[in-house]
Design a protein around this ligand. Structure first.
Ligand SMILES: [Zn+2]
Ligand SMILES: [Zn+2]
Length: 339
């Protein structure tokens, strides 16, 4: 089969042995698989590493069940499925207490085991969710990681609900989905903040009630009295500070952007006297991927810009570099495995 394989020399598409499903596993024939920001770290800058090399990358997949392993129950061959990228043990304290994204035995496909930029991949059947019939493959693919990660940040970590006032700092990639999710959950204000006029325009198309350049955002949000939830998708000290300072009393800042930058987020007394909270947000669990698919399939969550360009597998290395430059045409570039 063909696969996009990362080794010391970089990412190349080459012939690769077909995987075989063992007990409890399924062989999936892939159709569309997204390119994630983490892939740029594996391939280009090395700020995140895979567990081993060479490795097949790709962790945002849609495909069809091709076969099940011996003595394995699961979706019948031919079923169209989304694959949940985080594999968790389901038995540890964290898994049993609704915190499986923090499972100590957590593995991510395409990072800790072989992934889905390939004709075929093998995953535990517990990772499979039947794809809603109304959703095209590329939307199913991005729902598993990009949109579900935003859902975890907005709904679970950010506790956004009907009537919440929300600010989203950084609306290029995941933040753009966060805007749509906050609107779908009934937020009364969804304020988008981004340097780029294009990204502010996308946010308005996705359900934002206002969009501002970072230089004017804080002044405008302060006029409203601040927000209940501020989501940060950039990973820079300046935007973390902006997110925290945009909070009303008792507000919650959710940090999703990743970097090694240190962050200072304002005077200590403002956290005490105003009971401000700052929390992190990582990934999404299976139930959140299911909720994300439901929201999208029902039409409550429409994300007109979530899929940007669709490219063939042969161009995936260039696609990863385009993601790193922000040249995507939307939230995500998606790889068409069968093109
Ligand atoms: Zn990812
Ligand atoms: Zn666990």
């Amino acid at each position: 089969m063909r696969a996009a394989v990362l080794d010391d020399a970089g990412l190349t598409v080459r012939e690769w042995p077909e995987p075989e499903p063992g007990p409890g596993e399924a062989l999936v024939s892939l159709t569309k698989v997204g390119i994630c920001g983490s892939d740029t770290h594996f391939v280009i800058d090395g700020t995140a590493k895979t567990a081993f090399l060479p490795i097949v990358l790709g962790h945002e997949p849609c495909g069809y069940v091709e076969a099940l392993g011996p003595d394995t129950e699961g979706p019948a061959p031919g079923t169209r499925v989304a694959i949940v990228p985080l594999i968790t043990c389901g038995e540890c304290d964290r898994c049993r207490n609704g915190k499986s994204v923090l499972c100590k035995q957590r593995l991510c496909i395409g990072a800790d085991c072989h992934g889905a930029w390939a004709d075929l991949c093998v995953v535990p059947v517990s990772q499979l969710i039947e794809a809603p019939a109304s959703m095209p493959d590329e939307l199913v693919a991005v729902a598993t990681d990009s949109v579900a990660t935003a859902y975890h940040a907005v709904a679970t970590q950010g506790r956004v609900r009907e009537g919440s006032r929300v600010a989203v700092w950084g609306t290029g990639g995941l933040g753009l989905s966060a805007v749509g999710i906050a609107a779908a959950l009934g937020a009364s204000e969804v304020i988008a903040v981004d340097l780029r006029e294009e990204a502010r325009g996308w946010a308005m198309e996705s359900g934002a009630t206002a969009a501002y350049h970072p230089d004017e955002a804080l002044g405008e949000i302060t006029k409203l009295g601040g927000v209940d939830t501020a989501l940060e998708f950039v990973g820079k000290s300046v935007t973390v500070e902006g997110a925290v300072r945009s909070l009303d009393d008792g507000g919650r800042a959710v940090i999703v952007g990743v970097s090694f930058e240190p962050a200072a987020a304002g005077r200590i007394m403002t956290f005490v006297l105003r009971e401000r909270e700052v929390v992190g947000s990582y990934g999404a669990d299976r139930s959140e991927v299911e909720l994300t698919l439901d929201l999208m399939a029902s039409g409550k969550l429409t994300l007109p810009r979530v899929v940007g360009d669709v490219i063939p597998l042969d161009d995936v290395n260039e696609g990863v570099h385009r993601v790193a430059r922000g040249d995507t045409g939307g939230s995500r570039i998606v790889v068409d495995i069968r093109d």
